[in-house]
Design a protein around this ligand. Sequence first.
Ligand code: HEC
Ligand code: HEC
Length: 343
Amino acid sequence: MILYRQLSPIIILSGMAFFLLSGCTKDVKEENTNIPLRIRQPAHFPKPVYTFDNNPPRRTVYELGKRMFFDPILSLDQQVSCGTCHAASAAFADPRGSAVSTGIFGRKGLRNTPALANLIWYPHFNQDGGINHIEVQPVAPINDSLEMGVGIANAVSILQNHPEYPELFARAFDSDSVTAARILWAFAQFMGSLVSDNAPIDAYYRENKPLPDKAIRGKSIFDEYCAGCHTGVLQSDFSFKNNGLNMGSHDIGRAEITGESQDEGRFRVPSLRNVAYTAPYMHHGQLNTLKDVIEAYSSSIADHPNLDPGLPVGGFGFSSQQKEDLYQFLLQLSDHSFVNQSF
Ligand code: HEC
Ligand code: HEC
């Protein structure tokens, strides 16, 4: 009995040493699994909506999400990845500049591809706010027959039967079993890491660094006419508004989700971060350039039963100087380092 008690710690210790040593040579897997990933939360931003509580950021999970994001095998024709429509060079909007998205077999989608940035601060997704959780968002394009069309159940089996993915899942989740939940956690970590906080407007908010003169005038015009909707550092209050610029689009927008007639023709106010990179503009890509957008707010706001009361029918009637100043201000929302990152 006594002997046993004395021996047992040694047995336990040598057992642990064996485990640790064999762990070292077995693979780098266990080490990698636990490398935490820091997802930036800039001090001048509000509190994020998505806090990764059930999905702790780790390097291996992020890497898996990144690989899937750029991998066309998750589409029915094996040609379209998330990155086909959302590319860094276009601030994760469509690098092809199409008015509406183009998915599998060249099929035209229904809406313009939005830019992606700062998504963990979003209370809802898509231009009608139809999805309310970042982890659920990728199910939409994977299932959509105009986008990737492969279906989430199929995606699980494609990845499970792939020569490399099960190992990547094992590194990320300690199990090579591919599940929809794990796919979605990994996507959420990659998407959540797309933090854009390095535009001149950030330096202005963060450390009071002045904007160029032209842009300062533009900022006061923006603050007066635009910031009521395109609010704060995220440049959106995330409400649903009709801005009088639907220009012949028959998309009913928010009403698609709520079924309410007062929501017809309303779309979520988009963030204007990196807007210089994301042409064309509006839910249907109905305006080609930023100058067209400014001109439209100046002279083409159309009446609509749900037009926001802050927007005058006909337009704001800006002078050419005001238009130029506004344009200069919108350029200050560009985060060049964000757009120039390579993956
Ligand atoms: C064929 C082009 C296309 C593909 C492929 C695609 N998307 Fe999108 N994405 C869009 C369009 C268009 C929307 C806007 C849909 C809407 O507003 O109804 C969108 C919306 C989003 C949004 C919401 C953005 C916002 O502003 O609310 C996120 C996040 C997103 N996509 C991520 C992804 C991920 C992750 C994948 C891959 C699994 C993916 N997308 C694949 C075109 C695409
Ligand atoms: C009443 C709210 C409201 C006001 C005020 C407002 N906007 Fe908008 N803005 C919106 C909505 C809603 C959309 C999206 C419309 C759509 O998708 O069709 C939008 C879209 C845009 C877009 C296109 C973004 C993209 O990625 O497609 C730009 C640029 C823009 N607004 C700039 C401005 C400027 C500049 C002003 C001031 C002159 C302004 N907005 C005033 C609500 C508003």
